[in-house]
Design a protein around this ligand. Sequence first.
Ligand SMILES: CC(C)(COP(=O)(O)OP(=O)(O)OC[C@H]1O[C@@H](n2cnc3c(N)ncnc32)[C@H](O)[C@@H]1OP(=O)(O)O)[C@@H](O)C(=O)NCCC(=O)NCCS
Length: 212
Amino acid sequence: MKVKNKREIKHSKKINPNIKKVVSKSVSDKKLRIKDKGKKTIKQKKKNERNNNLVTNYISSKAKIGNNVKIWHFTYVGDNSIIGDNVMIGSLVHIDYNVKIGENTRIEGSVYIPPLTTIGKNVFIGPGATFTNDPYPMSPKMIGTIVQDGAIIAARSVIKPGVTIGKNAVVGMGSIVTKDVPEETVVIGHPARIAYSKKEYDMKKLKWESDN
Ligand SMILES: CC(C)(COP(=O)(O)OP(=O)(O)OC[C@H]1O[C@@H](n2cnc3c(N)ncnc32)[C@H](O)[C@@H]1OP(=O)(O)O)[C@@H](O)C(=O)NCCC(=O)NCCS
C-alpha cells in the first residue's frame, strides 16, 4: 500500500469531506514546542511521529468520489475510478484504476476489484470477494467483469474475467463464477451453477426475517 503524503491527504479532503474523518490526527509542531519539556513530552513526540507514519487510506487525487461515500480504514482507490453517491466501502478494500461503482452499493472488507471492473447501483459485495481481469496471466490484454444493478455477491466468491453478473442475481458464498449469471437467479458452487430463482431467495429471506 502506498504511503499517503500531505498533498494527497489535502486533496482527498477537497474531493470528499467524508474522507477527512478517517485521516489520523496528530499534535501540531507548535503544540509540541510548547510542551517540549521533560520526559512526558518526549514520549508524546515519539507517539506523534508514529501517528504521522500511519497510513489510513490512499484515495487517488484522480478518483471521483460521490457524496456521502463512507470509506473505512486501509483502503485503496486508484486513478480515474468513479464511486457513486452513498457507497460504503469497508476496510482493506483494493479498488484499482478505471473502476466504476454505482450509487448505494455496499462493499464489505477485504474485497479485491481490479481495473476495468464495472459495478452497478444497489449492489452488495460480501467480504473477501475477488474480481479478476486477466484470463491468462501475465497478459497485457485484460477484460473487466460487469455486475449489474441489485446483484448480491456473497463472501469469498471469485469472478472470472469478462463475466457479467445479471441484474438482481445472487452469487452464493465461496462460488467460482466462470460464466455469465442470468438476471434474477441464484448460483452456487464451483463452478457456479443455477440453484434457484431470486424470487425463491426473497421468500427464504422473508421467512428468515419473520421466524423467531
Ligand atoms: C446462496 C445462499 C443464500 C444459499 O443458502 P440457502 O438457500 O439457505 O441454502 P441451504 O443452506 O438451504 O442449502 C441448500 C443446499 O445447497 C448447499 N449450499 C448452500 N449454500 C452453498 C454455497 N454457497 N456453495 C455450495 N453449496 C451451497 C447446501 O449444502 C445444501 O446442499 P444439500 O441439499 O446437498 O444439503 C448462501 O449460501 C449464501 O451465500 N448466503 C450469503 C452469506 C454471505 O456471504 N453473507 C454476506 C456476508 S456476512
